[in-house]
Ligand binder design. Structure first.
Ligand code: NAD
Ligand code: GLY
Length: 362
């Protein structure tokens, strides 16, 4: 097991990464304020892993309430959020009860937002079970639900007390979901960690084959990047926005085709190519750079072109992005491979051109 720390002063917390961690009640117990937890999971993950997490806690005398939600991005909404509150109230949870989110990024975002709101904030633990959640969404405290007009529109910054990433859970993940997680892994290399990108170029097939050592290394190196960025800029006043490479385009894709149609990681991959194309139009990336990004995403089995939405529809949806400031679109682009920048200087004509060029062959 490797333990990283997200350094946020008295709200600092450990990120444990390794194998056979679900059963490690000893890692969870020190973070509990009372011997009661509510484990929030879904109909896919609960039958696989809920008992393994719950039983050792129960043996240690912890009262465990189980809340099992429907599975899917389309359930990351008000109605499902409210069903968590109903269950917490019916289960007589208190402000000191800990909410544990067991599942992928949807579960973590929903559970985290519920924890932030319930009785004005209850302790929260992330137990991510997808690659995407282990490398990205479980770390850093962004929690949210979707609005029909925009991804993650309603939410809160609310840090967990602990992240427990058991890489053994990735063995049951389907190939499509594993590949979607790779998009966020590749992102770290592109925005700030060239040595990691080079490592990925060498080791991508090992990751696709679920080599345990390679997966653990990819999760650790991703979490280290994320923890460094969040520690420096928790509320996204600057550097944290760079973690959104490909996301402004990607969120438009997710909302435009309907939540759940394109996986988040798939939309981020296509969005990353749009950002790379625009970076090329601005003279920052050359054609070899574009091919390098495209090749890696393609080797990861990820889409490199967006769906055929009207370009104006893309722009309309992109206007709902949380990085929009004073009505101006701000985009994360690549000044070079391994160095991202947040800019509002991209002319709209070139934004249109980049979108059109990366949807034309979809
Ligand atoms: P997801 O949560 O929908 O999980 C993908 C699918 O895999 C689901 O069907 C899930 O039930 C299933 N699953 C989960 N673990 C499994 C396992 N071990 N074995 C088998 N099946 C398993 O999707 P995701 O890709 O994990 O997360 C995407 C969400 O994360 C999006 O809503 C996105 O907006 C959000 N996100 C949030 C942040 C953040 O910082 N908060 C960052 C990136 C993404
Ligand atoms: N996934 C982007 C962030 O956490 O800031």
């Amino acid at each position: 097991m490797e333990t990283l720390t997200l350094a946020l002063g008295e709200r600092s917390y450990p990120i444990h990464v390794g194998r056979s961690l679900l059963e490690r009640a000893d890692l969870l117990l020190p973070s509990l304020r009372q011997k009661k937890v509510a484990i929030v999971s879904n109909t896919t993950v609960a039958p696989l892993y809920l008992r393994r997490l719950a039983e050792p806690l129960q043996q240690a005398g912890v009262d465990v309430l189980e809340i099992v939600l429907p599975d899917g991005e389309e359930f990351k909404d008000w109605r499902t959020l409210n069903s968590i509150f109903d269950a917490l109230i019916a289960g007589r949870c208190e402000r000191s009860t800990t909410l544990i989110a067991l599942g992928g990024g949807v579960l973590g975002d929903l559970g985290g937002f519920a924890a932030a709101c319930f009785q004005r904030g209850m302790p929260f633990i992330q137990v991510p079970t997808t690659l995407l959640a282990q490398v990205d969404s479980s770390v850093g405290g962004k929690t949210a639900i979707n609005h029909p007009q925009g991804k993650n529109m309603i939410g809160a910054f609310y840090q967990p007390r602990l992240v427990l990433a058991d890489t053994d859970t990735l063995t049951t993940l389907c190939d499509r979901q594993l590949r979607a997680g790779l998009a966020e892994v590749i992102k770290y290399g592109l925005i700030r960690d060239l040595p990691f990108l080079e490592w990925l170029e060498i080791n991508l097939e090992r990751l696709l084959a679920r080599d345990p050592a390679a997966l653990a290394e990819a999760v650790c190196r991703s979490c280290r990047n994320k923890a460094e960025v969040v520690a420096a800029d928790e509320r996204e006043a600057g550097e944290r926005a760079l973690l959104n490479l490909g996301h402004t385009f990607g969120h438009a894709i997710e909302a435009g085709v309907g939540y759940g149609e394109w996986l988040h990681g798939e939309a981020v991959a296509a969005g990353t190519m749009m950002a790379a194309q625009l970076s090329h139009l601005l003279g920052w990336l050359d054609r070899d750079d574009i091919s390098r990004v495209e090749r890696l995403l393609q080797r990861g089995g990820l889409p490199v072109n967006g769906p055929m939405l009207n370009v104006e529809r893309y722009l309309e949806l992109m206007q709902h992005d949380k990085k929009v400031q004073d009505g101006r679109l701000r985009l994360v682009l690549l000044q070079q491979i391994g160095q991202a920048v947040l800019t509002e200087k991209a002319p709209l004509a070139q934004v249109r051109q980049a979108i059109a060029e990366r949807t034309a062959h979809a």
